[in-house]
Design a protein around this ligand. Structure first.
Ligand SMILES: [Zn+2]
Length: 541
């Protein structure tokens, strides 16, 4: 055997050895990952229920099994990603295809993560340079830089110390790699942020996005997108919203409103499936309270029970502005009524014709008469004054309200008392008068605190998308999907209220959060709030 042959043989043996070692590493890592998952589940099972804070962050026992399911489904070789239960189960299973096949129409690029040159040394053997063993395949990612979709195979370079090897030690060092966004998924931050903003900001349903992605050669199914929304909520958005909620509950003044939503499949061909009547609740902080950031939290709940609000607002002891739905009366809080709501009762009294609904009746001069019109004018005078106090501090505002508005408010209620007997109770105007007198104490609450708005407009305008464009805002077919949607709407609307671009924000947090241990770290979570300095600096609209 010549020297060259000898060397070749040795080289082949070394390569074989390297491959065996790389395999071993993979198997260790898999075992470690499994152990970490198991450990996390044990931790949740042991502590999940005991602490109030944890209960806010995790939404219940399903979380555990959902996590499990996500793992199992993905390992079972379901095409693409994060198959998180419900959405996938309801879907008729297609013949199994693997991820490679799904993405084969797109060219793959290599993203090889290198160990920095300065770190290619051994701690045990200073001065011994590490020898390259090869690269280890980690995952496939789909990255989106509009209008380009690219597939990257991520590899990690692995090095070994020859001196360690001599001593029969492992001595292996790998290049640092950022954690993946979701386990067993090709999703990346910009891609996920785009998908979510198309749906939750621009109201483009997943089934329409599916076609658009297909045109780019990327076979991303509606089920994949729904699964992403659910999984991203579970890992990232629910913890963020949980932290937002803590800040919300600590506020002095809150708004609440609720509206119906229908939970059903997004795809039109399935819209005839049984629909479930449920409620979306909206909680918001007061725009007049400088101490509190602008927060909007949506909560999805089946049924319009007042218990939902009571449960959500547990621990809140400030003033709640709402539409006088009796369910809110269970709360241990002060109540404030909305003047816009009360005024609407009088507007309804302007025309006997029920078809002339809403503010439209005011445009017809013929309707501008009678007691209802007089009431509307009086209310208008008070809110015009209030409008001028917008930029004052709460203390100054309170002072000016007492000086300017209180006398008019008192006159208004004295006048209502005086006309009460004159109007036949069968007229709408009588109902409006009774509504106002009945809610008098709550309507006057705002006079005593400059942080309480006169109306519930903040809540009503935040929840309007659900009321107006209900058809465009369809949820994925499960309560789990509706919960995820509520979390995403909460972030999107809170961003808008804080002048933050929702897409930049989602991209930012989805880049920052993976791999960080934020679950019990309120300070870290606070740093990702739309009002935080870092977010304000990076994600301005
Ligand atoms: Zn060494």
């Amino acid at each position: 055997m010549t020297e060259v042959e000898q060397l070749r043989k040795e080289n082949r043996e070394l390569q074989k050895e390297n491959q065996a070692l790389l395999k071993k590493i993979s198997s260790f890592e898999e075992k470690l990952e499994a152990a970490l998952v198991w450990n996390e589940q044990l931790r949740k099972a042991m502590f999940g229920r005991k602490s109030e804070k944890l209960r806010v962050l995790q939404t219940g026992d399903e979380e555990l099994s959902l996590f499990d399911e996500a793992e199992q489904e993905a390992r079972a070789g379901e095409p693409e990603p994060v198959s998180c239960g419900t959405a996938v189960k309801a879907h008729t299973r297609k013949p199994k295809r693997n991820r490679d096949e799904l993405l084969k129409s797109l060219p793959h690029k290599d993203d090889v993560r290198e160990l920095p040159e300065g770190e290619r040394f051994c701690e045990r053997h200073p001065g011994t340079p590490l020898v390259e063993m090869g690269r280890k395949f980690l995952r496939t990612e789909v990255r989106y830089t509009p209008p380009k979709v690219e597939v990257f195979d991520v590899y990690q370079k692995v090095y070994q110390c020859p001196a360690c090897k001599e001593e029969d030690r492992f001595g292996v060092k790998s290049a640092p790699v950022p954690p993946s966004l979701l386990p067993h998924s090709v999703a990346t931050p910009a891609l996920a942020a785009d998908v979510l903003c198309q749906k939750y900001v621009l109201a483009v349903p997943f089934y329409r996005q599916e076609r658009a992605w297909a045109r780019l050669g990327f076979p991303l199914s509606r089920t994949n997108m729904a699964n992403w929304a659910i999984a991203l909520s579970k890992y990232y958005f629910l913890p963020l919203v949980g932290h937002m909620k803590e800040r919300l509950i600590a506020s002095a003044v809150l708004h609440a409103d609720e509206t119906t939503v229908q939970v059903h499949r997004e795809s039109p061909e399935r819209s005839r499936r049984k629909q479930q009547q449920s409620y979306m609740w909206l909680y918001a902080t007061s725009p007049l309270d400088p101490e509190s950031p602008d927060i909007r939290i949506f909560e999805y709940r089946p049924g319009r029970s007042g218990e939902n609000a009571a449960k959500f607002l547990e621990g809140f002891h400030g003033t709640l502005v709402h539409d006088q739905f009796s369910g809110y009366n269970r709360l241990d809080a002060e109540h404030a009524a909305c003047w816009a709501h009360m005024r609407r009762e009088f507007v309804k009294g302007l025309s006997a014709d029920p078809r002339q609904g809403g503010e439209a009746v005011l445009r017809n001069p013929e309707n501008r008469r009678g007691k209802a019109w007089e009431a509307i004018k009086k209310i208008g005078a008070i809110s015009a004054m209030e409008g001028k106090l917008k930029n004052l501090s709460p203390e100054e505002r309170k002072e000016e309200r007492l000086r300017q508005e209180k006398p008019l408010v008192e006159d208004f209620f004295v006048w209502l008392e005086s006309i009460r007997a004159e109007i036949s109770p069968k007229f709408q105007t009588a109902k409006a008068v009774n509504y106002a007198l009945h809610a008098k104490e709550r309507l006057c609450r705002y006079l005593g605190d400059g942080r309480i708005p006169m109306t519930n407009n903040v809540a009503e305008s935040a929840i309007r998308p659900f009321t107006v464009g209900r058809k465009n805002w369809l949820f994925s077919d499960s309560p789990k999907g509706a919960e995820a949607s509520a979390a995403i709407y909460s972030l999107v609307e809170t961003c808008k209220a804080s002048s933050i671009d929702p897409e930049k924000y989602l991209r930012y947090v989805l880049t920052e959060m993976p791999g960080r241990n934020f679950m019990n770290d309120p300070e870290m979570l606070e740093g990702w709030m739309p009002w935080s300095k870092a977010v304000q600096d990076n994600c301005k609209a």
